[in-house]
Design a protein around this ligand. Sequence first.
Ligand code: ADP
Length: 265
Amino acid sequence: VTYKVSVGAVALEHQRGVFVCFEDVTAFEQVGQMRRDFVANVSHELRTPLTALIGFIETLKGPAKNDETARARFLDIMDDESKRMNRLVGDLLSLSRVEAQERVRPTEVMYPADLIRTAAHSLNALAKKAGVQLETDLPEETVSMVGDRDQLRQVLNNLAENAIKYSGAGSTVTLALTGPKYEPRLRAQAVRLSVLDTGQGIEPHHVPRLTERFYRVDSHRSREMGGTGLGLAIVKHIINRHRGRLKVASVRGQGSCFTVILPVA
Ligand code: ADP
């Protein structure tokens, strides 16, 4: 706990005195610390690809000037690193946009089954390339809800891309929709959008921290897969805006299930 202590003198008619004021500034300090950590993390994440780019440019201008093979290889690496920076800046912008909108209630009437169909369609190529089977499981009846279509599309994309990336060849990823049904914790009728995978799963102690910015279970693997470490932080803010919640169930070695529970109205 951090206190701010102020001391002063007071004069009231015939009386004089001093006052000592203790102000609990713990929350304020924590926000300041979080901001400083975030800036340090962003700088570190940007510096890594930037250092690689500077190094390769210098090598290409100097020692590898006339080496055709090295040139092609270095250009490929530079291509990867600059794309990584671009993704990071894109995710940082998304994060700041969703944070700014968090208090604005969404008003669009939309159909979550359409979102799943669109996500499955657009992720088909990625899944194929990764050797992952992508399936959908949708209810017969039409389900509608109030939400922000673009943001919820981003939620599904981030979750499904993770499932495909981290599960690996031979696994199955299912995008499912159920409900609406009464959710006691939200005290509302809600739908459930689930992304299930049969991949490596996540150790239980990591689960509560997954939506923290830049938190990764395996940093090396995340970077190798082109991750920015911001995907689930963005997901969390969008779900908060929709007054919903994210439930993560995972068994190491068997797979994970990320369920987004969203009130329909
Ligand atoms: P990243 O850009 O690293 O993927 P995210 O915020 O999207 O960042 O995810 C945070 C971390 O959670 C990932 O680095 C990964 O370790 C873990 N993770 C997310 N989804 C899954 C999944 N379906 N299976 C296993 N691990 C996952």
